[in-house]
Design a protein around this ligand. Structure first.
Ligand SMILES: O=C(CO)[C@H](O)[C@H](O)COP(=O)(O)O
Length: 240
């Protein structure tokens, strides 16, 4: 029997929720995979199998979902240390570096997941890549709206060596997509992989106008990968 991609996402998400214990402060991710994890947490709370959970949502959309499931919510100001975050990813490399943000929530995700003692990433096997960023799929960069074309051009030049095209992400009615933080996203489409990811990350973050990018380097503690042949759990620093 062939499982759909959404079924694989749900399997990975449910497996991650096995790590959740009562009394935890949880970072709640964004996207179609994380949605399954949030649903499952809501279900376990409703059944009394989890108690005293505090959720920190990574987007307005997840906040709405969590509220509809009666998951108690808070924020980083009140809970600067998070026990566990669970979130999806767009790409995962063999060192567990990630590309995130194709769903548009990269800044809040990076703030919340970076404040977590444990960050569990949930993906179906299609997200596994040899090198992040070189897949000709978007590497998202959140920028301030002010003179975004100027910032996009500077980003393109920084990444010129990797065969880069920079495009403003569009939302409804062909207007610029606006993040939960009131910013724009410039998607960088790269033909080649980036080599030294930390060096590229630093270069991008040095550009005035850039708020954050979607490379999550050395942040994931565990990646749960659901595939046709079962679930694999990959931990940081373990080879696979
Ligand atoms: O980073 C994200 C949102 O900003 C998502 O986690 C990422 O895009 C994966 O989404 P999905 O689970 O829908 O495939």
């Amino acid at each position: 029997m062939t499982l759909t991609q959404d079924e694989l996402k749900r399997i990975a998400a449910y497996k991650a929720v096995d790590f959740v214990k009562s009394n935890m402060v949880l970072g709640l991710g964004t996207g179609s995979t994380a949605k399954h994890a949030v649903d499952r947490i809501g279900e376990l709370l409703r059944q009394g199998k989890l108690e005293n959970i505090v959720g920190i949502p990574t987007s307005k959309k997840t906040q709405e979902q969590a509220l509809s499931l009666n998951i108690p919510l808070s924020d980083l100001d009140a809970h600067p240390v998070i026990d566990l975050s669970i979130d999806g990813a767009d790409e995962v490399d063999p060192c567990l570096n990630l590309v995130k943000g194709r769903g548009g929530s990269l800044l809040r995700e990076k703030m919340i997941e970076g404040a977590s003692k444990k960050f569990v990433v949930i993906v179906d096997e299609s997200k596994m890549v040899k090198h992040i960023g070189g897949s000709k799929m978007a590497l998202p960069v959140e920028t301030v709206p002010f003179c975004w074309k100027f910032t996009a051009e500077r980003l393109r030049r920084v990444m010129e060596g990797y065969g880069c095209e920079a495009k403003l992400r569009l939302g409804e009615k062909g207007k610029a997509f606006v993040t939960d933080n009131g910013n724009y996203i410039v998607d960088m489409y790269l033909e080649k992989d980036m080599g030294d990811l930390n060096a590229v990350s630093d270069e991008i973050l040095r550009l005035p106008g850039v708020v954050e990018h979607g490379m999550f380097l050395d942040m994931a503690s565990t990646v749960i990968v659901a595939g046709e042949l079962g679930v694999k759990i990959k931990n940081k620093h373990s080879s696979y």
